[in-house]
Ligand binder design. Structure first.
Ligand SMILES: *Cc1c(COP(=O)(O)O)cnc(C)c1O
Length: 348
C-alpha cells in the first residue's frame, strides 16, 4: 500500500466546509471596508490593529520563502509549533480509534496533544545511543497508525536522528512522518525541507522560537505538500496569527545576519561550556549536541538542580525521564551566564 492523503484524513475533515471570513469572500481593490464589523475609526494605539489580520499570512510566508526556498503554498504558520502539532492530530487521528508512534525521550508536547485529542500513543523508546529502534517501530505500525513524530535534533538528548532511518520511514510508512526541526539552525545536519517534493507524507516542523529569538511571538512553521497545507488551512482558526506577530515577524525576518551571528556564538559557547563541565568531578557524561542545549549526566542531579536554584540559576531536571537517568538539560546562555553557571558549579 502506498501513501494516499484522502485515505488518511478523518471523514469529518475531508467533508469540512471551512469558516468563510469577510475578507475571504472579497477579492480585488477597495478602499471602504464595511464588511467585517471592525471599528473603522482606528485603535487606541500608535499602530493600528483595528483590521483583522491576513488569515493566510502571505507577506510573512513570502519572506520565509526567500530565506528557505520553500514556496508559500507549502508553508503553514501556527500559533507556535504547538498549534501545528495539534492540527496534525485533529486532521488525521480519530479519537479513541487511531494511534501515533512516539520515540521517547522526546519533546513532551506530542504526548500532551495526543492525550487532549484522545489518541492512543505507542511509545517505542530510542536505543541507548538515542537512535530509532527501527524494528520496534515496524512491529508497532498497524492500519490505525497515522503519525510518527521524530524530533531531530532531539529534545532533550540534543543529538540528530540518523537520516537514513528517517528516509526508510518516509519511504515505507503509509501515514505521516513528522520531523520536528526546532533546533535545525544549530545542527550540522541538512534540513528535511529539501525532501518535500520527494515524500508526500513528510511534514517538517520548524519555529521562530529558538534560533530566531522570537519565542514570545508564538510563530511555528509546518512545511509539507500543498495538499496537506490546504487541509491545515481549512482546520485552523481563521486568524490564528495575530497582526502584531505578523508585523514583528516580518521585521525580524529581515535580520538573518544577526541571527546567524548568534548561532555561531551559541555553538562556540556550547563548546566552551562542554569543556568547563568536563572538569567537574560530579559530571559523568556529556552527550554530543546538535542543538543550543546539552544533556549532562551527573552523580546527583536533584542536589545540583536545587543548589543552582538557590543561587538563581535554573536548568531543566530530566533525571526522572527514561534513558536520561541522572541528567540535567542545560541551555547555552550568554558568555556571562555560562561563566556564572560554571563558577557556581565549581562550588558544589
Ligand atoms: C521548543 C520546541 C518547539 C517550539 O515550540 P513553539 O510552540 O514553536 O514555541 C517545538 N519542538 C521542539 C522539539 C521544541 O523543543
Amino acid at each position: 500500500m502506498s501513501f494516499n492523503l484522502q485515505n488518511l484524513l478523518r471523514e469529518n475533515i475531508k467533508n469540512l466546509t471551512p469558516y468563510s471570513s469577510a475578507r475571504d469572500e472579497f477579492q480585488g481593490e477597495a478602499s471602504v471596508f464595511l464588511d467585517a464589523n471592525e471599528n473603522a475609526y482606528g485603535s487606541p494605539l500608535e499602530d493600528n490593529f483595528n483590521r483583522y489580520p491576513d488569515p493566510l499570512q502571505l507577506a510573512v510566508k513570502q519572506k520565509i520563502t526567500s530565506i528557505k526556498g520553500v514556496p508559500p503554498r507549502n508553508i503553514f504558520l501556527g500559533n507556535g509549533s504547538d498549534e501545528a502539532i495539534d492540527i496534525l492530530f485533529r486532521s488525521f487521528c480519530r479519537p479513541g480509534i487511531d494511534n501515533v508512534i512516539l520515540v521517547p525521550p522526546t519533546y513532551g508536547m506530542y504526548q500532551v496533544s495526543a492525550n487532549i485529542n484522545d489518541i492512543e500513543v505507542q511509545n517505542i523508546p530510542l536505543t541507548i545511543k538515542y537512535q530509532l529502534n527501527m524494528e520496534g517501530i515496524a512491529e508497532a505500525i498497524n492500519p490505525n497508525t497515522k503519525l510518527i513524530f521524530i524530533c531531530s535534533p532531539n529534545n532533550p538528548t540534543g543529538n540528530s536522528i540518523n537520516r537514513e532511518d528517517v528516509e526508510t520511514l518516509l519511504a515505507n510508512f503509509t501515514g505521516i512522518v513528522v520531523v520536528d526541526e526546532a533546533y535545525i539552525n544549530y545542527s550540522r545536519q541538512k534540513s528535511f525541507i529539501q525532501e518535500l517534493t520527494e515524500y508526500g507524507n513528510l511534514v517538517v516542523l520548524q519555529t521562530l522560537s529558538k534560533a530566531w529569538g522570537l519565542a514570545g511571538l508564538r510563530i511555528g512553521m509546518a512545511f509539507a505538500s500543498e495538499e496537506i497545507i490546504e487541509v491545515f488551512n481549512r482546520v485552523k482558526p481563521p486568524y490564528n496569527i495575530n497582526e502584531a506577530s505578523q508585523k514583528l515577524a516580518l521585521q525580524a525576518l529581515e535580520n538573518v545576519e544577526q541571527v546567524n551571528g548568534w548561532i555561531k556564538e551559541t555553538l562556540a559557547e556550547r563548546d566552551k561550556l562542554v569543556l568547563g563541565l568536563k572538569n567537574l568531578n560530579f559530571v559523568l557524561d556529556i552527550f554530543p549536541s546538535d542543538a543550543n542545549f546539552i544533556l549532562v549526566k551527573t552523580v546527583s542531579p536533584r542536589e545540583i538542580y536545587q543548589f543552582l536554584v538557590e543561587r538563581g540559576i535554573i536548568v531543566r531536571d530530566r533525571s526522572k525521564v527514561e534513558l536520561c537517568e541522572g541528567c540535567l538539560r542545560i541551555t547555552v546562555g550568554t558568555p556571562a551566564e555560562n561563566n556564572q553557571l560554571l563558577t557556581v558549579l565549581e562550588g558544589f
